[in-house]
Structures are given as C-alpha cells and as structure tokens.
Write a protein that binds this ligand. Structure first.
Ligand code: CAA
Length: 259
C-alpha cells in the first residue's frame, strides 16, 4: 500500500497553508486514503491559528485526473453504499477558512469536484477541466452535477456533463468556474501572492464573508439576507472593526489582530 504521508504533502509559508496532491505518476488520481488525508489536513489547518488561508494544488502535470479508477472499478453498489465515502467530501464544506485551488493541467472528474470544493480557483492557462465519468459508464458522485450546475447554469452544465468533453482554462474563466488565469510557470507564485492578500485581511470578516456567500448559494434570498445581516452585526463586536474604522478616520493603515 502506498505510504499515506506521500499521497499529499503539506507546508506553511507565511500565513498560508499549502496542501499538495502528490501522486504525479497517476496524475494525482484521488484514492480514498488520499481523500481522508486531504480532509484531515484541511481540518488541521482550519484549527491552526497561524494559518489564515489554505491553498490546494497538484504536483506534476495535473491538479487531479479524477477519482482513482483502479480502486473503484471492481466495487459494486453495496460496497459503495456501505463505504459511505462521500461523507468525507462533505466535511470539506465545513472548513471555515478560505480555500484557494490552484489548478494546472487536468482537473477531471473527482479532481474537478475537488476543485469545486474550493472557494476560489486560479488556473494556469494550460488547465483543462471536464467530467469524463459518462465515458466510464458512470456519473459524478462527489457533487459535480450539483456544484457545476449552480455555478454555470443548466445549459453549460448539461453540455459538459452529458458529452464528457474537456474544456479549456479560458472557457472555465468565461463561464465563472475560475476567478483568474495565470501563466503556467507563475501559478504557485501568483496563488501565494493572492492568498497573502486575503491572509492579511481581518480574519473574522473573511470567515463571515465566506459563510455568507455559501449561504447565499444554498438558500432563498430572504434567508441569505437575514444571515448576512446577523454576520454584519456580529463583526461590530470585533476589535478589528474598531481598528479598521478608527484607522480610516485617522488616515493610517489598520493593524488587524483577527479578533
Ligand atoms: N485513475 C487511475 N489512474 C489514472 C487516472 C484515474 N482517474 N487518470 C490517469 N491515471 C493514470 C493512467 O492510468 C496512467 O497510468 P499508467 O502510466 O500506469 O498507465 C497515468 O495516470 C498517466 O495517464 P495517461 O497515460 O492516460 O496520460 P495521458 O496524458 O495520455 O492522458 C488523461 C491524460 C486524459 C487525463 C487520461 O489519463 C484520462 O483520461 N484519465 C482518466 C480521467 C477520468 O476518467 N476521470 C474520472 C474518474 S471517475 C471519477 O472521478 C468519479 C467521481 O466522480 C468521484
């Protein structure tokens, strides 16, 4: 069995926690043990006061080319039902700190689904996205039909899901899947700069903004507005609100403490 510690690697630089998918020989195909490690490290970074933003990226020529086909090809429905593996994926949605995905090369199937669990995606100009599951006689199972449809709408989601065709980084940008394109050789550098900008913001604001955007995606306008208002009010109990507004009045740079 592959050494667990090598299927992903982690490091902290400044206030940014990096998780690197590290099975480059199989284009970072995601097996179950790897997914458990990703979730565990995400939760670890989420608890770590020194980490403000999490970056997820892949080693080699893919972000991730899908769930590991070798691992699942002999499963039957009952195996999958009993495994209940997607519960682990659900835990990613509970991570409170912002997750930035840096996508280079392929983000396919479960790899694309993992990218869609991130809050913001930066992609290299050579990135390719897609849901090829239909050509394996299956379909996405880790949120692909749901998250993609919410993000790009039915017309585009149906096209990509039903044909299984791959689409380019430019198409991903134009359709709102990706926030920014970066030349391939600069992807990590630019992602780190981008992550540092967010890491230096008041972290309670960042936390509540993330929560509110997720709520807005998942509920009625009325309910989401109520939620936003509560979070807005809550921030007025923070020291960073006092500091931010005082600094504005005093025409100086704010010094945020994350409290
Ligand atoms: N699972 C297991 N192994 C994979 C893999 C995957 N998803 N994707 C790639 N690999 C392996 C290949 O088998 C190959 O291994 P060997 O060298 O031992 O043969 C190695 O990675 C390199 O891949 P290729 O030789 O195929 O590289 P390529 O450049 O010719 O093609 C590719 C790249 C188009 C991404 C091609 O590898 C491919 O089509 N991969 C499968 C993509 C896919 O179908 N993903 C969906 C998986 S199902 C899923 O994700 C379900 C879900 O929703 C949870």
């Amino acid at each position: 069995m592959e050494n667990e510690s090598r299927s992903i690697e982690t490091r902290v630089e400044g206030q940014v926690g990096f998780i690197t998918l590290n099975r480059p020989k199989v284009l970072n195909a995601i097996n179950r043990q790897m997914l458990s490690s990703i979730v565990r490290e995400m939760e670890e970074f989420d608890r770590d006061d020194n980490v403000k933003v999490i970056v997820l990226h892949g080693n080699g020529r893919a972000f991730a080319a899908g769930a590991d086909i070798d691992e699942m090809m002999n499963d039957d429905s009952i195996d999958l039902e009993l495994l209940n593996q997607f519960v682990e994926w659900d835990r990613l949605a509970w991570v409170k700190k912002p997750i930035i995905g840096a996508v280079q090369g392929f983000a396919l199937g479960g790899g694309f689904e993992l990218a869609l669990c991130c809050d913001i995606l930066l992609a290299s100009e050579d990135a390719e996205f897609g849901f090829p599951e239909v050509d394996l006689g299956v379909m996405p199972g880790a949120g692909g039909t749901v998250r993609l449809t919410k993000l790009v709408g039915r017309a585009t989601a149906m096209r990509w899901l039903l044909t299984g065709e791959r689409f380019t980084a430019k198409e991903a940008l134009d359709s709102g899947v990706v926030s920014k394109l970066v030349p391939s050789d600069l992807l990590l550098e630019e992602t780190e700069k981008f992550a540092s900008i967010i890491a230096n913001k008041p972290s309670l604001s960042i936390r509540f903004i993330k929560e509110s955007v997720h709520k807005a995606e998942d509920t009625s306008i009325y309910e989401a507005m109520q939620f936003e208002r509560k979070n807005f009010s809550l921030l007025f109990s923070s020291e960073d609100q006092k500091e931010g507004m005082n600094a504005f009045k005093e025409k100086r740079k704010p010094h945020f403490k994350g409290q």
